[in-house]
Design a protein around this ligand. Sequence first.
Ligand code: PGA
Length: 264
Amino acid sequence: MAIVPKFVIGNWKMQARHEHGLKLARDVARGIKDTPLPEHLHTIICPPFTQLDGVHQALEDEGLPYEQLSMGAQDCYPASSGPFTGDISAPMIKDLGARYVILGHSERRQNHGETDAIIRQKVKAATAAGITPIVCIGEHLAERNEGRAASVLATQIEGSLTRGFRGILAYEPVWAIGSGITPSTEELQRKLTLIRALLPMRLMTDDIRVPVLYGGSVTSVQAPSIMSIEAVDGVLVGSASLEAQSFLDIIGAAAEATTPQPSS
Ligand code: PGA
């Protein structure tokens, strides 16, 4: 059976100014060097645009293979260039060393009015530039409480992914982000199983195994139980990725969950 890669992704959001960001990137790289990761565990840090160049340089200086630690951006524009004041394109982030890009985060959906159709355009742009999209989906609390989570997730998958999507999907219930609340193991297992069932319909194939991550208030305390859920291929971490040790602890928990246990 093909080995499914696992991911730990840190989303710094609009946080970590220049010196802090460089130190954070270096400290994470050094921590990973000290405790090498299992082969199929990938870690990715996603700094703000202004930090991409410096962080990329810092990671290059540390000399870790990119399979162990690489860098992503937090957004990109659908067009590759043009008169779009203030926007940044996928080829531009690629120039600065980004291999991944987070798209459709609920903060972008909410604060910038991003629709599924816009996100799908961005997915196309990232893919065309050779950047792996990390697409976020997730329901609001009211939608969950009204029993509408399944239809919201189905609409987001249908609308924001391309046919034959080759990227990563992150299930991030909006009510779990920054709230300190995480779904129960049963709820996560149920939601991720649902997402996996919906994917082949959108992708029009059973042959692509899209990694599905969980995000929302992940800390080193919850990480071991979240990573032990069979349907979870990794975590997308916000606040806890802003401090090297807490992020490294989450990476450690993921490494443990990813390392095959000797059979007794
Ligand atoms: P959080 O953010 O870990 O701070 O809840 C997660 C995210 O928004 O990706």
